[in-house]
Design a protein around this ligand. Sequence first.
Ligand SMILES: *Cc1c(COP(=O)(O)O)cnc(C)c1O
Length: 482
Amino acid sequence: MQPDEPLLYSAGEKDVILLPTAEHCNNETALRQIPHVDKLMKNKIITDSGIYRHEAADAVRETLAELRDKLKKGETDKVPGEDVLAQKAVSLAQKHERKNIIRVINATGVILHSTLGRACLPAAAAKAAQEAAGAYCTLEYDLETGARGSRTGCIEERLQAVTGCEASLIVNNNAAAVLLILSGLARGGNVIVSRGELVEIGGGFRIPEIITQCGCQLREVGTTNKTRLADYAGAIDADTRALLKIHTSNYKLIGFTESVTVKELSGLAKSKGLTLIEDIGSGALTDLMRYGINDEPLAATSLEDGADIVSFSGDKLLGGPQCGVILGREKLIKALKTHPLYRALRADKMTIAAMEATLRIYADQPLAEREIPVLSMLSLTADELRSRAEKLRDKISQCGGSAEVVQAKSAAGSGSVPGLELDSYAIAPVSEKSASRIERELRELPVPIIGHIEKDRLLLDVRTIFESDYDYIADSLARITP
Ligand SMILES: *Cc1c(COP(=O)(O)O)cnc(C)c1O
C-alpha cells in the first residue's frame, strides 16, 4: 500500500473514501524503519546468544513480522531499537528451545516419574553414556585380541555376579523383552497365564494382546482374585509351551486373593517339560525391605525359585538406563540371541555403557545406596527429609521468600510398589499468589521446577530434589513469591 493513496473501504451500499490520516502516515514511515533481518542478525545480543543461526534467523523473522503486523493494524506506531528487537528474538528462540527435552527439577516426590524420564542415572553411568556417545568405543571390539568381541559381554558378567543368572541379554526395554521372550520361546503354541495377571502395564501394553502379537495363544486360568496350581495343571495340553507369571506392578489386589508362587509353578513346569517365564516388572536387584518395600520380586529370588527366564526394566527400581533385562537358562538365552527380532530390539551403545557402569556400582551395597539416585532417594528417612526441607526453607527465607515445611507422601512411581506411600517432607510457598499461579511460574523458569498441588497448596517434595538445586530453587521461589 502506498502511503499517499486514499484508503477505500466498502461500507454497504456506498463506498466511503477515507483520506490518509496522520496516524497512517506515521505507521508507513515506521514500517520503513523496521531493520532488515540481516542487519539484526549482526546485533551482538544475537551473536552472543549461543543460539543456532538458523534458529535465531527464524526468531528474528517472526519478531519482525509481528511488529509489522502491529504497525499495520495501528496497535503501535513505534519501532523499538535494534537491541530491544534482538532481545525479543532471543527470548522467542529460547521459548522455542523449551519444546526440546530440557532438564527439570522433579519436586513431585515421585521417584520413578515416567513423564519426567524415570530413573536419574548415577553420575558414573551418565558419564559412561556421554563418552560412548561422543566418541568411538569398544562396543563390539576386543582389545585383547584386536578382533570383534561380544556386544554385551561386560554386562552379562556383572549381571551374573549380582543375580547368579546362567546367562543374560539386554534389549530396548522390558516391553521388548516380553515380546522377544514370547516370540522366541512360545510362538505357535499356547501360554498359560492367571486371569489376575492379565494386566495393562501402561501406554497400551496389554499382556493378552502381546501374547497374540507374538504368535501365541493365550490360555487364561483361574479368576481375577484367585488362581491355584490345579488351574494351571488342568490347562496344560500338547500345545502348551510356557507358563507365564507377570508382576501386576501398577495395581494391587487386596482382600481374598490367592496366587501361585514361582516355586510351585516351577515344579509343575519341570514335570511337564515347559518353560517358566516371569516378568517381574520393576526389577529390584537388591533387597528393598529396609526401605519398607517388601512385595517387589527380586531377580535373584525368581531365578532361585525356578523361573527359567526372568525379565525386568533397567530404569525402574534398578535405577539405570532404559532397557529390558532378560536373565535365565543359557540354552534359552542363546535361542533369544539368535532370534531375528533380537537384532531389532537390541540396546544401543549409550545404554550398554550406562548399564555396565550402573551394575558395577551394585557390587558394593553402601556405594550403591550413595551413588544410585533411585536407591538414595528411597533410602532417605523421614528425619533426614525433614532436615532437608528445613534447610531449603531457610535458604528461601535468606533469599527473601517465605515457605513452610509440611509433611508429605512420596511414591516409588512407574507402577512400582503400588499403594506404597513413603513419609516425606515438602516445602509449601507462603504467598498471596494462588497455588496454580505459582505452579505455572515455576514451570516457566529456565530450569522448570515441577511440583504438585494438594488442597490448594503447592508442595515441593524434597525426596526427589537434588541438594545441588536448593540454591536455584530458593532464589527462584523468592523472586516469584516475594
Ligand atoms: C513396567 C513394566 C513393563 C514395561 O517395561 P518397560 O521397561 O517400561 O518397557 C512390563 N511388564 C511389567 C510387569 C512392568 O511393570
